[in-house]
Design a protein around this ligand. Structure first.
Ligand SMILES: [Zn+2]
Length: 507
């Protein structure tokens, strides 16, 4: 089936004009047609075809259309080869230059507004519009270098990737409690597209997974260091190193996971310890070089772990096995020791909704007033980093997490004790206007009240009421948001970011 089509007008500038050119072309048309379907013999719909052609003095033009197997730019280059030979042998005429105008990539699908914006931000794009339920992407004029390099194939891959993303229509429901001054945007595109273009990020075969190369990693480390310094250390938090493979018995106690979003987690099946259990598996694999899934299912034990989706799971376990006295409270610890996981399925989007990402997870345990104050202090420090250090446009919204959605969503958003979560959100210019587009949540700052204390049985010796809270600073998202507003040119970044980045990246 054809899902994508390309069209173009190709121009060959010849070394001279000659009235016999037309005749030579006519004679070679059959060979031209043959060369355009090479590699697509079994799927002719996706081959390349000549719609029309024409000679005017020393310029020869061909209009081509194609499916996805022999794309129009490849077709043009194949034509060049055939024509150069024919014209050279028969008339001693050479081809001086090849170029393409009105190169169109046509998707047999109507993409949404966010996708249109994203595609517009890609290089070499002149226009994107919808026509008869199709999406038409018009490229700028292309020269032979553009046709030869992998520019067009890379563009088409990116376009297909973006067209698969689901951008749910957005409605602002969380009350906005504070908002920054508008900031100057230095960039308007989707940072994923430019990251791939520049090689800062290389897509990995798993959906929503990437290889982040040195420049991206150095910026990530810069922002992580700033957040640890300004929010965690200055807030009196101490580091921990936590497990990321969470046994069911711990996960069971996390409110709102198995009961509300079991579809959002990765499950892990341990294998049996006896190597002979895998005998058939090994044999079949060696024979077929394909993973024998049915055999694997027979061997593996039942799922017994999840890959940490919240990152704070082991903290609550820890707080439940130590003794608490009022004079030792509040406790403030953070973990920044690696990836956590969420299965986003079809919901993955660019660099901001991915299946594998890093956070700095801060947790706090104390008397109710202590916990609320700590949370509010984190919000202030987070705003400071966004506003004064990274120079990002931010806002704070009041939110109820999924596990308190029913019933308690009526609260005064300005009365912190009542607010389950304050989210720090950053404006993403590529998603559209400030007022009507969805901003990116880069931190969720929670007060759980007694929810986790009850569920994990965290007790204070004097029988005092204690509360907990946690805040995830999504470093992966902070980095993506920074690139979305500031772009990829170091000179557009705040000096402090530039300096740290240089220091981490080295020569
Ligand atoms: Zn948490």
């Amino acid at each position: 089936m054809k899902r994508i089509q390309t069209e173009t007008e190709g121009y060959f500038v010849l070394s001279r004009g000659d009235e016999k050119i037309e005749h030579v072309i006519e004679e070679s048309l059959e060979e031209c047609k043959r060369t355009l379907i090479k590699g697509a013999e079994k799927d002719l719909e996706n081959a390349c075809y000549i719609k029309s052609w024409n000679v005017k003095e020393n310029v020869l033009s061909f209009a081509l259309n194609s499916g996805n197997l022999v794309r129009s730019h490849v077709g043009l280059l194949r034509l060049k080869k055939v024509l150069a030979k024919e014209l050279g042998e028969k008339l001693k005429i050479g081809i001086r230059r090849v170029s393409a105008k009105n190169f169109k990539v046509i998707l047999f699908d109507r993409v949404d507004e966010v996708a249109v914006n994203k595609i517009k931000s890609m290089p070499k794009i002149r226009d994107v519009y919808i026509e008869d339920n199709k999406t038409v992407i018009l490229l700028e004029d292309l020269d032979e270098n553009d046709l030869r390099g992998n520019l067009i194939d890379r563009l088409i891959n990116l376009i297909e990737e973006v067209s698969k993303e689901k951008h749910v229509s957005y409605e602002q429901i969380q009350p906005i409690v504070r908002i920054s001054q508008p900031k100057q945007m230095k960039f308007t595109g989707d940072p994923l597209i430019t990251s791939v273009e520049l090689g800062w990020v290389v897509p990995f075969p798993g959906r929503g997974q990437f290889i982040y190369t040195s420049k991206y990693a150095a910026l990530f480390e810069t922002i992580k260091t700033i957040l640890i310094e300004e929010v965690a250390k200055k807030g009196g938090f101490k580091p921990f190193l936590l497990p990321k493979l969470i046994p069911f018995e711990v996960m069971k106690k996390m409110p709102g996971y198995f009961d509300s979003i079991p579809e959002g987690m990765f499950y892990v099946c341990p294998p049996p310890r006896e190597p002979e259990a895998f005998d058939n598996f090994k044999l079949e694999y060696r024979l077929k070089k394909e993973v024998p899934i049915e055999e694997l299912k027979k061997v593996l034990k039942d799922p017994a772990y999840v890959l940490a989706p919240a990152q704070c799971e082991p903290f609550w376990y820890y707080y439940s096995v130590i003794k608490h006295k009022s004079e030792t409270l509040p406790l403030k610890y953070y973990d920044a020791s690696g990836y956590t996981y969420r299965w986003e399925g079809g919901g993955v989007e660019g660099l901001v909704r991915v299946t594998e990402f890093q956070r700095i997870e801060l947790t706090y345990v104390g008397l109710p007033e202590q916990v609320v104050n700590i949370r509010d202090e984190i919000v202030e420090k987070g705003i400071y980093v966004a506003d004064k250090i990274l120079d990002l446009e931010w806002r704070i919204t009041a939110a109820a997490p999924f596990y308190v959605k029913e019933g308690s969503s009526n609260f005064d958003p300005y009365n912190s004790v009542e607010v389950p979560a304050y989210d720090i959100e950053i404006y993403l210019p590529y998603r559209g206007p400030r007022e009507s587009s969805e901003w990116l949540e880069v931190a969720g700052c929670f007060v759980h009240k007694k929810k986790f204390v009850d569920s994990f049985k965290i007790k204070c010796e004097e029988n005092l009421e204690i509360w907990t809270g946690c805040t995830g600073l999504g470093v992966s998202r902070w980095t993506a948001a920074f690139l979305a507003e500031k772009g990829f040119k170091e000179e557009d970044w705040p000096a402090i970011v530039r300096e740290k980045y240089r220091e981490i990246l080295g020569e």
